[in-house]
Write a protein that binds this ligand. Structure first.
Ligand code: ADP
Ligand code: MG
Length: 445
């Protein structure tokens, strides 16, 4: 079924382009503490389009939206709205946040009317317009209620009504449903789609940030997948499934798989490859997952069907998708699983590990872990010293030019965690130093 065309160019004329993000990067902070949140983003949104931005937390989705709405400026590149460069707040766009800050001392009506006032709507027209907007988002009868009397979903609707009050052409939604319970979120998604497709709004396009793949596919015409470190656009998918979309259809499911493959299969293949100038540093960073979590996943896979759909696993295991992705990456890196088009499959080695005794597990793990560039690099550095000991600082200083601060620290922590289990390296809290296990064993003998 041809529901998906990866990287299909959308057939539109220049005239249809509402928003154009052109080679945009954003760096936070300055000098040594500076941090690149997104790098070289190119993206267009056309009239009539609903685009979803999907990606793990920290990949710069909110940063990108903030630049698009003009709340912050790009460090590099430009943003054009209807071919005009955006300078300062873009008056044609508006943003709905995850949890909308309503004024608790104002009624629903006054909260919306206030936005109209800010837009310069005359006093005598505000009430009527506000009532109309409240009606549109399905809150009629609640005009005189206070925010505290409303459920989360209803409050979010007030937020949407308030955003609509400025009659934006480009509606930007930043994870608008993620603070809601499952049912309210589902209901509100339906209402947003109705509003959008009903065509009664002045809205020309919607740009929605999400970290929920199903949500993105069920609503958007195009899903733009972002990766991190630094934030970048990794892939784009056109969703050619007619509305209302049914998650159970093969087209929907296969698209979920394709997108998961893009995120989980090798999301980090590229970004996780550190740019090494001298070729001295390890080339692939370690995913943030523990040996316990890894063993747990391998055991789970070994118990049931050997091959599992990644996107169903998070619920089954009660894990956050992001956490699961890291664990899978760890398993894959060590050769315990294979990831293909949204599925994860136990390898023979993975199965052996899952069924092995504690000691054998340690041995298998050590054998694989010692081949990882990061572990090799650490062990080589330690071997080069007379006593196999080096202060933590040394590794940190070496990694820092290539990684943001916290990531350098995290990488060492992960290496220590894995290294301890594998009995390859150890860490001494008192002198904050890493030690080579083989060396210590040698000396002791
Ligand atoms: P997302 O919305 O995808 O979770 P964000 O755009 O919020 O990502 O953040 C991207 C990265 O930029 C994160 O690592 C975050 O810590 C960093 N960041 C966001 N805002 C700031 C800021 N004002 N100052 C410094 N770093 C920031
Ligand atoms: Mg965000």
């Amino acid at each position: 079924m041809a529901v998906l065309q990866s990287m299909t160019p959308i057939k539109t004329t220049e005239r249809d382009v509402l928003l154009r993000v052109d080679g945009v990067s954003r760096v936070y902070g300055r000098g040594e503490r500076s941090f690149t949140a997104v790098e070289n983003i190119n993206l267009s949104v056309h009239v009539g389009e609903f685009v979803a931005l999907l990606g793990p937390s920290g990949c710069g989705k909110s940063t990108l939206l903030r630049m698009i709405t003009g709340l912050i400026a790009p460090t590099q590149g430009s943003i054009y709205y209807r071919n005009q460069p955006v300078r300062g707040v873009n008056p044609y766009s508006t943003m709905v946040f995850q949890s909308f800050a309503l004024y608790p001392w104002l009624t629903v009506l006054d909260n919306v009317a206030l936005a109209l006032e800010a837009r310069g709507v005359p006093r005598d027209q505000r009430e009527e317009k506000a009532i109309h907007l409240i009606d549109m988002v399905g809150l009629d009868g609640f005009e005189r209620a206070y925010p505290r009397e409303l459920s989360g979903g209803m409050r979010q609707k007030v937020g949407i009504a308030r955003a609509l009050a400025i009659e934006p052409e480009l509606l930007c939604l930043d994870e608008p449903f993620s603070a809601l319970d499952v049912l309210s979120a589902e209901a509100l998604r339906g209402e947003v789609m109705e509003l959008w497709q009903g065509g009664k709004l002045p809205i020309k396009a919607i740009l929605m940030v999400s970290h929920n793949i199903e949500e993105a596919i069920s609503m958007a015409d195009r899903v733009v997948v972002m990766g991190k470190e630094p934030g970048h656009i990794a892939a784009e998918y056109v969703v050619n499934i007619p509305h209302p979309r049914n998650r159970k259809t093969p087209g929907f499911e296969s698209l979920i798989d394709r997108i998961y493959a893009a995120i989980a299969g090798h999301p980090t293949a590229d970004p996780a490859t550190m740019k090494t100038k001298q070729g001295e540093l390890p080339t692939r960073i370690l995913p943030q997952a523990s040996v316990e979590a890894m063993a747990g996943l391998l055991e789970f896979l070994n118990m049931g069907q050997n091959r599992r759909d990644i996107y169903k696993l998070d619920d089954e295991l009660g894990l956050e998708m992001e956490t699961l992705v890291e664990i899978i990456e760890m398993c894959e890196m060590l050769g315990f699983v294979k990831v293909t088009s949204g599925d994860v499959e136990l390898t023979t080695l993975g199965q052996i590990f899952a069924e092995a005794t504690i000691l054998t597990r340690k041995e298998i793990f050590a054998n694989r872990a010692r081949r990882l560039p990061m572990m090799q690099w650490i062990m080589e550095m330690l071997r080069a010293t007379p006593d196999g000991v080096l202060p933590w600082r040394v590794f940190y200083t070496a990694l820092k030019p290539d990684l943001p601060d916290e990531m350098a620290t995290r990488q060492i922590d992960i290496a220590i965690d894995w290294g301890r289990y594998a009995e390859l390296i150890d860490y001494d809290d008192r002198d904050e130093a890493l030690k080579l296990e083989e060396h210590r064993a040698g000396v002791g003998a």
